[in-house]
Ligand binder design. Structure first.
Ligand code: FES
Length: 612
């Protein structure tokens, strides 16, 4: 709940976040601003929130709150982890921030491309016949903006109708508008994470760095195929498909833009810039550029640095001169979304050895040793999104997302309803737990029937068959239900997961080798993206999806592409940092490595299994 002294303006939002993320980050990733000047590092003592069931009290809480406040549930948001359902009261902001906390604990000094200046100009006289434009530019000479024709056409009328009291709107050193009166309170931009599956939009007030509204929806390109390869193929088979894919992307962006503006009660004409972070295929398609060369060897992009275009060219009805800044890419399969992710996680600024894994159909992997950064892409296939899995589904209501095996099966289901299927994190958990209890052996095979009861007697009767295939029943809709009507994990599902995890672990193990590192040298693993962020670190370690490390070194990074897009809008310096990253990072191509197949086969096994 976002509290406000005016009860009419109290906002209630329900959000879902990866377990273990701080309340401060959870709020920030979901467009809810909490006071802070330290960026979530526990030193400013400003991020006060009230929790319905507050847990431990830290020494910082003791310094900040009275005994009564602590008893009432007040805590510092950056020091509380969301590990269960929590109701959180958030007071309104008390300070106008100069910096914003974005991404994974990144503190960004506000220097947006959008700048507004309210000026009261001297009216012309016979003694002062300076042209209108000179009169305006003299008043905003600190910004040194370049005017365009659109402004020139409006200028004489706006100046006179507004009694020469106007606001100059500058975007990245271009004078894009002159507005009557003082409109400096309205400086907005939209950050888009243009995902293959889901698109997320965040409306930002760039003058304060605060998010105003967030919305997400499935990419309308879905009917053309679930992954980038099928969408590229669609353009190769049907000459009209590129246009239709472009239109579908434009409609997705336009719908979300309208939604966040309505929710934030912001006039779309006050949105002057958007930033777009997407993979190379999504970027090509939204621009209407032929993606075919991305899909066939040698996998070439039309450009690594898309030009700045008008938001209107992308079908967005915002300010008519609003710009769209599009993230640069490293390669056909390490796109602008990953560059944005590197920005959001500060991969280039941290001295630690860090590994970022964005798990998806195409899995992008980045490794930094504080000196060099290397990256690659691994074709993980659709298993993590529920594709090619017998009872697979996306992480939506009814999806099993947590599996624990003890005396019996314990399930966590999205929406707390009867399970309908298994999503990626549930799949990883199920396999990891079956390996742990010994029902799956190191090669990924269910143990023989006769061995099952001795391994785990209470679970053994869940191991059954559908036709010839062995399956483990996770959920029976009613006692005695036919296995075909149950939510099961099949032997083939386990194989699919093995292929996916082997592709990913081959990727990071080759990157480690590239930098002369051992898995144990990795100080932090950042699990990024809508799927990776929800993975249980313990399960990811158990199946070998990530290096074998203490689970505390494995952290959810959230939607890093969207966070990077926000940073680019809040700071031109950070935006330049994204471009610099494309020079700094070395892209390692896996598909031309002679040893790829041998390594892949090595990585198929579950090394943590008994006897594996
Ligand atoms: Fe500064 Fe929590 S954000 S103490």
């Amino acid at each position: 709940t976002v509290l406000d002294p005016d009860p009419e303006r109290v906002v209630r939002r329900e959000v879902r976040v990866p377990p273990g993320v701080t309340v401060f980050d959870s709020a920030s990733w979901n467009g809810i601003a909490i006071d802070s000047t330290c960026g979530g590092h526990g030193t400013c003592h400003k991020c006060k929130v009230r929790l319905d069931s507050a847990g431990a009290i830290t020494r910082h809480d003791v310094k900040t709150f009275t005994r009564d406040q602590l008893d009432a549930g007040w805590r510092l948001a950056c020091l509380v982890n969301a590990t269960r359902d929590l109701a959180v009261d958030v007071p309104p902001l008390t300070t106008r921030p100069k910096a914003a906390t974005v991404g994974v604990g990144r503190q960004v000094i506000l220097r947006p491309a959008i700048q507004k200046r309210y000026v009261e100009l001297d009216e012309p006289t016979l003694a002062d016949q300076r042209p209108d434009l000179v009169r305006l530019l003299d008043a905003v000479d600190d910004l040194e903006p370049t005017p365009d024709l659109h402004v020139l056409r409006r200028l004489p009328r706006v100046l006179r109708e507004a009694d020469f009291k106007v606001t100059a709107v500058v975007v990245d050193e271009s004078l894009v508008d002159v507005e009557p009166g003082d409109t400096t309170g309205a400086q907005y931009a939209i950050a888009f994470d243009l995902g293959t599956t889901t698109v997320v939009a965040t409306l930002l007030d760039v003058s304060t760095g605060t998010p105003v509204a967030v919305a997400s929806m499935l990419n309308r390109q879905q009917p053309f195929g679930g992954d980038v390869i099928t969408r590229i193929s669609a353009t190769m088979l049907d000459p009209d498909a590129l246009h239709r894919l472009q239109q579908a992307a434009a409609q997705t962006l336009a719908t979300l833009a309208a939604q966040v503006c309505a929710e934030g009660e912001v006039d779309p004409a006050h949105v002057y810039e958007v930033a777009l972070a997407g993979n190379a295929t999504m970027t090509a398609l939204v621009l209407g550029v032929d993606p075919e060369p991305l899909g066939v060897a040698p996998f070439v992009m039309s450009t690594a640095h898309p030009p700045t275009v008008l938001a209107a060219d992308l079908g967005l009805a915002l300010h008519p001169r609003a710009r769209a800044a599009i993230f640069p890419a490293l390669g056909a399969y390490v796109g602008g979304d990953i560059v944005a992710g590197m920005l959001a996680t500060g991969m280039d600024r941290d001295k630690r050895t860090r590994l970022m894994i964005d798990v998806g159909t195409n899995c992008e992997i980045v490794l930094s040793n504080g000196d060099r950064i290397v990256s690659t892409a691994a074709p993980a296939g659709p298993a993590f999104e529920g594709g090619a899995i017998r009872c697979g589904m996306r992480a939506a209501e009814g999806a099993i997302e947590v599996v624990k095996l003890g005396e019996d099966v314990e399930l966590g289901v999205i929406g707390d309803i009867d399970p309908k299927g298994l999503c990626g994190s549930g799949l990883v958990d199920a396999v990891a737990e079956l390996v742990k209890v010994g029902l799956l052996d190191g090669s990924g095979r269910f143990v023989p029937d006769e061995d099952a009861p001795s391994v785990a007697p209470a679970l053994a009767d869940r191991l059954t068959r559908i036709g010839d295939e062995r399956v483990f029943v996770l959920h029976r809709p009613h006692p005695g239900a036919d296995p075909a009507d149950c939510v099961v994990l099949s032997q083939r599902d386990v194989r699919e997961l093995q292929f996916a995890k082997a592709a990913i672990s081959t990727g990071w193990s080759l990157l480690l080798e590239e930098l002369g590192l051992e898995p144990r040298d990795v100080q932090q693993v950042l699990m990024a993206g809508s799927f990776g962020s929800y993975l249980s670190p313990a399960s990811a370690v158990r199946i070998g999806l990530v290096p074998t490390l203490p689970v505390l070194r494995i952290v959810s990074a959230g939607n890093v592409a969207g966070e990077g897009a926000k940073m680019a809008l809040l700071s031109l310096r950070e935006r330049a940092g994204a471009t610099a990253l494309t020079e700094e990072v070395t892209y390692v191509e896996l598909s031309d490595r002679a040893d790829f197949n041998d390594r892949f086969v090595d990585q198929l096994a579950f090394h943590g299994a008994n006897g594996g």
